[in-house]
Design a binder for this molecule. Structure first.
Ligand SMILES: Nc1nc2c(ncn2[C@@H]2O[C@H](COP(=O)(O)OP(=O)(O)OP(=O)(O)O)[C@@H](O)[C@H]2O)c(=O)[nH]1
Ligand SMILES: [Mg+2]
Length: 596
């Protein structure tokens, strides 16, 4: 069952819809936090799209002393930001605005109250000077994490001393590999390096960025002090801002990261036979955290700093600030962004399952009783009338099971062996249906196979009662045979009376009237003995016919019961299992669309 069709171009709207649906489908299956983070991304994207798309929020981020504030001043041609020698200097983000009209709600949403209007050509640029991400001050780190998660474009300001710090690479750059289109890296303070060392330093940094999965991210050497590289950086930012696409690229990257995080929650127990393409959707280690910062709706006031560090944004694996970057970091995150075509197993009602259900429902006992009941009733209807009444004294084997009342009180309950056979059959359905399905969906599929097993006993009871109740109609020939039997009795009686009359006349020595004969045998004797023999013969023939009829009815009852039990299995076992598999397939489809 192929449910996925890769789409060539998927709009942001469609991807957001797909992510929202994937989150809904994953509810109760994947981790609550992952699902909520995906929903937060959808909400945030909705809010950002409603704000000014003519403005691009560009954040200068980096370690303390890297020169963010100096660069902020150099780019804006002002001295708005405090550049200090005591570390850290900047404690709250501030904004420089080029063409501020209409940017208010966006800045409110970003939670940046300090704003300066700057004259210049780059209309639509909102430049943000952030505090240090490696700060000893928790509030600084919270401010950085909050804004890094929501701005449209990120400029990472590194310096020759600390450009290899694990803090920035492991906590920000590598997790943000999917955001490479909305990132720029600058190596500031190059005036402090001898000329020949600048290239070496840039090459080394380029190698580290490649290891982070950011191989094609723009990398510029600048000096806020001398102004070297500043025009190039301005030009690059101008270009990106004038396109007015950074905001949607940012949201697209967020959606892709979130889809990858959802898929990552699916992956841990992926077995060898899971779709190979599915394994390719490797999320970046902490993408979830980066895309998950809670962002207030525009109506909300600027968020309190305490709000910023939700459990989701308390990034795991924080490397201690200042530790050296491990030069042998693994390759950057995989770029594949879709689980690929997902093929889910077909689920059908197997013979083993039907057999186990039939055994547990006592079908063999009922089928046997159907045959016996038919024979019993046949004998009662067509047996030799002289002894027929004896049969009527015995109870009908089918009635004895009290099935007509819909109760199986007289049926033996499922034995331990039957119960465990049914259990195994249910487990087999779950195992077959979940083959190749990654966890935790496989577990959900297995649960689905047993989700309605509590209803099985009652439903099977009803089925057995209904079906077996419909097989007890008496065939018409019973009446014919019964009448014939009475005729033989009548013949016997006539013969006996006739003989008695003859005997009486002989006894009284009266002349015997003419007694007709059949051949040499007198008719009264023929009637008496012939009637008895014929009666017994009819009884024997009827008994043989009843035996065959009973067998046929038992077979018919077994077939009808099997069909109904198959329906029950389809309704109570197969359908919930298929539903869960469809849910998984649709989830994978949505993740593929969201990640495309
Ligand atoms: N030589 C040189 N020094 C620089 C350059 N850029 C910044 N500095 C110096 O580096 C120090 C830190 O600069 P800031 O701009 O305050 O650094 P910051 O990144 O804003 O620091 P925090 O606000 O603490 O995060 C200051 O003394 C600057 O004068 C540069 O390009 N060359
Ligand atoms: Mg500063």
């Amino acid at each position: 069952m192929k449910l996925l069709r890769r789409k060539a171009e998927v709009s942001l709207d469609a991807r957001l819809e797909a992510l929202a649906e994937a989150a809904d489908l994953a509810e109760g299956r994947l981790g609550h936090d992952t699902v909520e983070r995906a929903r937060a991304v959808v909400t945030r994207a909705g809010v950002r799209r409603g704000l000014s798309v003519d403005h691009t929020a560009v954040a200068l981020a980096g370690a303390t002393g890297s020169g963010k504030s100096s660069l902020f001043n150099a780019l804006s041609g002002t001295e708005l930001a405090t550049v200090g020698v005591t570390r850290p200097t900047t404690s709250k983000a501030q904004a420089a605005l080029w063409g501020p009209d209409g940017s208010g709600p966006l800045l409110d949403w970003l939670g940046v109250p300090v704003r300066h209007t700057v004259e210049g050509e780059t209309s639509g640029l909102i430049l943000l000077d952030l505090p240090d991400h490696d700060s000893i001050e928790l509030s600084h780190r919270e401010e950085v994490d909050r804004l890094v998660a929501v701005v449209d474009l990120l400029v990472w300001v590194l310096d020759p001393q600390k450009y290899a710090d694990a803090a920035v690479h492991e906590r920000y750059l590598r997790p943000l590999a999917r955001h490479r289109d909305v990132m720029v890296v600058v190596l500031n303070q190059v005036d402090r390096l001898p000329e020949h060392a600048v290239k070496r330093c840039l090459d080394d940094l380029r190698g580290l960025l490649e290891a982070d999965g950011l191989d094609d991210v723009p990398l510029l050497a600048v000096s806020a002090r001398t102004g070297a590289g500043i025009p190039e950086l301005r030009e690059l930012l101008d270009r990106k801002v004038s396109r007015r696409r950074a905001w949607s690229s940012r949201l697209a990257a967020d959606v892709a990261s979130s889809a990858a995080a959802l898929w990552a929650d699916t992956r841990p127990a992926v077995t060898g036979d899971a779709p190979a393409a599915a394994r390719a959707l490797a999320p970046t280690p902490d993408t979830r955290a980066l895309t998950a910062a809670r962002v207030p709706a525009p109506a909300e006031a600027a968020p309190s700093r305490a709000d910023a560090r939700t459990p989701e944004t308390a990034w795991q694996g924080r490397a201690p600030a200042g530790t050296a970057h491990a030069g042998t970091t693994p390759a950057g995150p995989d770029r594949a962004s879709a689980p690929g075509d997902v093929v889910v197993p077909e689920v059908t009602v197997s013979r083993a399952l039907t057999r186990a259900l039939a055994q547990a429902a006592g079908v063999p006992v009922v089928v046997d009783a159907v045959a016996k009941s038919h024979r019993h009733r046949s004998t009662a209807a067509t047996g030799w009338p002289v002894t027929r009444w004896l049969r009527k004294l015995r109870p009908d084997p089918l009635r004895r099971l009290h099935l007509a009342r819909g109760s199986r009180s007289s049926l033996p309950p499922a034995t331990a062996v039957q119960a465990s056979a049914l259990d195994t059959a249910l487990r087999d359905v779950g195992a077959a249906a979940s083959a190749g399905v990654p966890e935790p969906w496989a577990t959900a599929v297995r649960h689905a196979a047993r989700s309605r097993s509590g209803e099985l006993t009652d439903t099977l009871d009803r089925v057995v009662a209904t079906v077996s109740g419909g097989v007890s109609r008496a065939p018409r020939w019973w009446r014919v045979a019964g009448t014939a039997q009475w005729l033989t009795v009548a013949a016997m009686a006539a013969g006996a009376i006739w003989l008695l009359a003859v005997f009486g006349l002989d006894y009284l020595m009266l002349p015997r009237p003419f007694t007709p004969t059949l051949g040499r045998a007198p008719w009264p004797t023929v009637l008496l003995i012939g009637g008895a023999l014929l009666g017994v013969l009819i009884a024997l023939v009827c008994r043989a016919a009843a035996w065959l009829g009973g067998r046929r009815r038992a077979r018919r009852a077994a077939r009808a019961l099997r069909e109904r039990i198959e329906q029950v299995a389809a309704e109570l076992i197969v359908t919930p299992t298929r539903d869960e598999l469809s849910r998984y397939a649709r989830f994978a489809e949505c993740v593929t669309v969201a990640a495309s």
